[in-house]
Design a protein around this ligand. Structure first.
Ligand code: ADP
Ligand code: MG
Length: 310
């Protein structure tokens, strides 16, 4: 056992051309490992390939090439075991309107071959807060209730890995909180959680590790705290008209003089504003020729790629 819940190697997916739509390369060779026990965030703008990746994990979409290992099982060699290890709450509400929540959970358990004695339908109904609606037709359930039922369906076979595809897109605050409380509890009980979202803040709050994907490629993958540190750390470069020595700066700011005479300020956005630094520069009677930030931070990168994808 590798310690990884998921291992993807060179995963590619090209959707075939259909009608007037040309072929679409949705995943361009993804290499990604997701450790056991984590809450892992897959971030990316719409169309990045998140659902494609997840639907391949779930066995709902056939990959074009590459390797998929789920809980150590190669999807091509041990399809049954790899499928049993994972439960997926899909992005789309795809419920049969004629099933009650209890019926839908029982049918799902049957599909996964869970013996009657091992089914925990009532526990799951309680977990998703639908015990009162257990016998109601799905078509009479609200959108939020249907989403909760989808979560319940993902859990019937006690998977080691729970995948949530955009679980909070367009849901109200109450459902969001209920979802996150459940997800945290399941994770504390040992379940590995993978969730996709295009809300950066949500991923920051929930996830231990994050991969950002765009146009079918992983562009960043790191621990969330490292990503946050990157986002918080800022560099401001000021080119003065005339060379100057180091100047008095606000606390927490590091000021270096570069060989070309530029002043380089390293600071944390959460502690100091860029304006306070500019103020210090003006106080030192330095005439500014140019101001630049050294590197875009992750947030900038994310915003840039989100808008380029609109
Ligand atoms: P995300 O979940 O990140 O929004 P998707 O995986 O849904 O992204 O989509 C990735 C790309 O693949 C998009 O360009 C989308 O239009 C395309 N795509 C998704 N599903 C299909 C499909 N069934 N047939 C053709 N193209 C698809
Ligand atoms: Mg999607």
């Amino acid at each position: 056992m590798s310690g990884n819940a998921i291992e993807l190697t060179g995963l590619r997916k090209t959707y075939a051309a259909a009608g007037s739509s040309p072929a679409k390369e949705a995943l361009k060779g993804i290499d990604l490992t997701i450790p056991q026990g984590s809450i892992f965030g897959l971030l990316g703008p719409n169309g990045a390939g998140k659902s494609t990746m997840i639907n391949i994990l779930a066995g709902l979409v056939n990959k074009t090439s590459g390797k998929v290992r789920i809980w150590g099982f190669d999807q091509d060699v041990n399809p049954r075991q790899s499928r049993a290890a994972i439960g997926v709450m899909p992005q789309e509400l795809n419920l049969d309107p004629f099933f009650t929540p209890r019926g839908a959970l029982e049918v799902q358990a049957g599909l996964y071959g869970v013996p009657k004695a091992q089914r925990r339908t009532d526990d799951i109904l309680r977990l998703i807060g639908l015990e009162d609606k257990a016998e109601a037709y799905a078509r009479s359930l609200s959108g939020g209730m249907r989403r909760r039922l989808l979560l319940g369906k993902a859990l019937v076979h006690h998977p080691q890995i729970l995948v949530l595809d955009e679980p909070t897109a367009g849901v109200d605050i109450e459902l969001r909180q209920m979802l996150w409380a459940n997800v945290r509890r399941l994770n504390e009980e040992g379940m590995t959680i993978i969730l996709t979202t295009h809300y950066l803040e949500e991923a920051q709050e929930m996830c231990d590790e994050i991969a950002i994907i765009n146009h079918g490629e992983v562009i960043v993958r790191d621990r969330t705290d490292n990503l946050l540190a990157r986002m918080d750390a800022k560099t401001l470069v000021i080119t003065p008209e005339a060379p100057s020595g180091p100047i008095d700066v606000p606390g927490g700011v590091e000021c270096l003089t570069r060989d070309d005479g530029a002043l380089v300020f390293h600071y944390h956005r959460s502690e100091v504003s860029a304006n306070a630094i500019l103020e210090a520069v003006r106080k030192a009677k330095i005439t500014i020729r140019d101001v630049a930030t050294e590197e875009p931070d992750l947030e900038d990168v994310f915003v840039a790629l989100t808008s380029s994808n609109a």
